[in-house]
Design a protein. Structure first.
Ligand code: NAD
Length: 475
């Protein structure tokens, strides 16, 4: 862990093991932080914050760019660790290292955008607003893209003049150790503190700390709600939540079935086993396309190569952990019980290399109805649910028929249809004739239970500041 510029163990003396989910071998261990460690980190962050905020934005941004450069220099080492710790396949995970560095670079240039305004509402005063950093920020991140989220987690709050406590995922924590070394070597002590361990007690102690007024969380809806409750028990806090998705890909009759099948499979992100909040896990096909697209999707899924995540040829690896694997398998079983049509997958792959580890074949269910659990619950696994619709309103109703509202992907060449449907879907990030891509500078985040607040753009940077109005009497 990193506390006050030093790599340290937990005061508790406890450790947790991390497993390679492809073969269940122990590959490393991490300190299991305690509430006392959180307090130690908080005091370091609190002490470091005034001097950090007093640096010019140019100087702060310069240090963030050095962190980005160091991540790239140690990119292969981070990549190897990340792949064996998460089970995500190496060819796609390479992009995560680049995204981690880019997040730093993006925010490093935005310091001068942390502006207030002057407002001419009385002749006797000069009315201005300025933006103050919160002080110490807490950020808690999930298992699916550990280094990318840990890096994203520190970029915006640091640029806004805050110091940070980061809590990496307990299932895949090892790359955070390298980030800790990089931050120790580049940033002043206490500016970034990294605390490993379980949600309880580490995440919870961060959330409840009365001195930490700004919390940003990425993870499941259930944990997001628990965090809102816990925070409210100790003090009034600004909480932003990036939560789950059950995202629709809606294909209109004017589209080519080959193209839709291609994007439906690529936007499921099988390279990380569908474990992506933005995966379009509900494929909503117009009845005229249904049979043709379904057949092609099944052919493409059948051709996916499962294998060692470190092999560049592998297109899918194992699920991240045993509890998660059991949960995903339970949802697959519910699809079978509720009589969705299992087209392919739904079982452990054959072969000795798949006997150990959390392997599940990529799975497609057809004839899914909106009342089924596989239509409503985020599976966060390699499971695609396919639906049929007849008219535009039915497609919109289906798209909006879950408690989630993160992303949506709309496929049509009719501009009026595209505009109508993009406006009607209750999702925070919508692609027309696209899917999956994130565009830094545009704000990402969810509606409904998918979240609160926006990231990856100027809104995120400003969300780490509090607005203060000042009135100068001039007459
Ligand atoms: P999770 O909610 O189980 O855990 C996320 C983090 O919260 C972990 O670090 C965990 O230790 C911590 N935590 C657990 N209980 C806590 C508590 N009571 N208080 C404070 N912290 C606690 O989520 P997960 O299984 O790691 O990740 C998968 C989920 O993340 C999915 O729902 C996925 O959609 C979501 N996700 C969302 C986005 C987004 O940008 N919207 C991105 C990635 C993942």
């Amino acid at each position: 862990m990193l506390i006050n510029g030093e790599l340290v163990e937990s005061e508790s003396g406890n450790w947790l093991s991390s497993l390679n989910p492809a073969n269940e071998e122990i590959i490393g261990r991490i300190p299991a932080a305690s509430a006392a460690d959180v307090q130690r980190a908080y005091l370091a962050a609190e002490a470091a914050q005034p001097a950090w905020a007093a640096m010019t934005p140019l100087a702060r941004g310069g240090l963030l760019r050095k962190v980005a450069q160091a991540m790239r220099e140690r990119g292969e080492e981070i990549l190897h660790l990340e792949v064996i710790d998460t089970g995500n396949t190496i060819s796609k995970m390479r992009g995560d290292i680049e995204s981690a560095a880019k997040a730093m670079e993006f925010f490093s240039g935005l310091g001068s955008e942390i502006k207030g305004e002057s407002v001419p509402v009385s002749a006797d005063n000069l009315h201005v607003s300025i933006r103050d950093p919160y002080g110490v920020v807490g950020r808690i991140v999930p298992f699916n893209h550990p280094i990318k989220f840990a890096s994203n987690a520190i970029a915006a709050p640091l640029m806004a003049g805050n110091t940070v406590l980061v809590k990496p995922p307990e299932q895949s924590p090892l790359s955070a150790g390298i980030l800790a070394e990089i931050c120790r070597d580049i940033l002043p002590p206490g500016v970034v503190n990294i605390l490993t361990g379980n949600g309880m007690p580490v995440g919870d102690a961060i959330v409840r700390h009365p001195g930490i007024k700004r919390i940003a969380f990425t993870g499941s809806v259930a944990t997001g709600m628990a965090i809102q409750r816990a925070a409210a028990e100790t003090s009034v806090k600004h909480i932003s939540l990036e939560l789950g998705g059950k995202n629709p890909l809606i294909a209109f009759p004017d589209m080519d079935p080959d193209k839709i099948a291609e994007v439906a499979v690529s936007a499921m992100n099988f390279a990380w086993q569908g474990q992506s909040c933005g995966s379009t896990s509900r494929l909503l096909l117009h009845e005229s396309l249904y049979d043709a697209v379904l057949k092609r999707v099944v052919e493409r899924v059948a051709a996916l190569r499962l294998g060692d995540p470190l092999d560049p040829q592998s297109q899918m690896g194992p699920l991240n952990s045993k509890p998660h694997y059991d949960r995903v398998c339970g949802l697959v079983q519910s699809g079978i019980t509720e009589k969705a049509r299992l087209m392919i997958g739904g079982a452990r792959p054959a072969g000795t290399q798949f006997e150990k580890g959390y392997w599940l074949l990529p799975t497609v269910f057809a004839d899914v109805h909106r009342h089924m659990r596989i239509a409503q619950e985020e599976i966060f696994g390699p499971v695609l649910s396919v639906f049929k619709w007849r008219d535009e309103q039915e497609a919109i109703d289906l798209a909006n028929s879950t408690d989630y509202g993160l992303t949506a992907s709309i496929w049509t060449n009719d501009i009026k249809t595209a505009l109508r449907v993009a406006k009607a879907v209750r999702s925070g990030y919508v692609w027309v004739n696209g899917a999956s891509g994130h565009f830094y500078g545009t704000s990402f985040g969810g509606m409904k239970n998918s979240g609160l607040g926006r990231e990856e753009g100027i809104d995120e940077l400003l969300s780490y500041t509090e607005l203060k109005s000042i009135h100068f009497r001039i007459s």
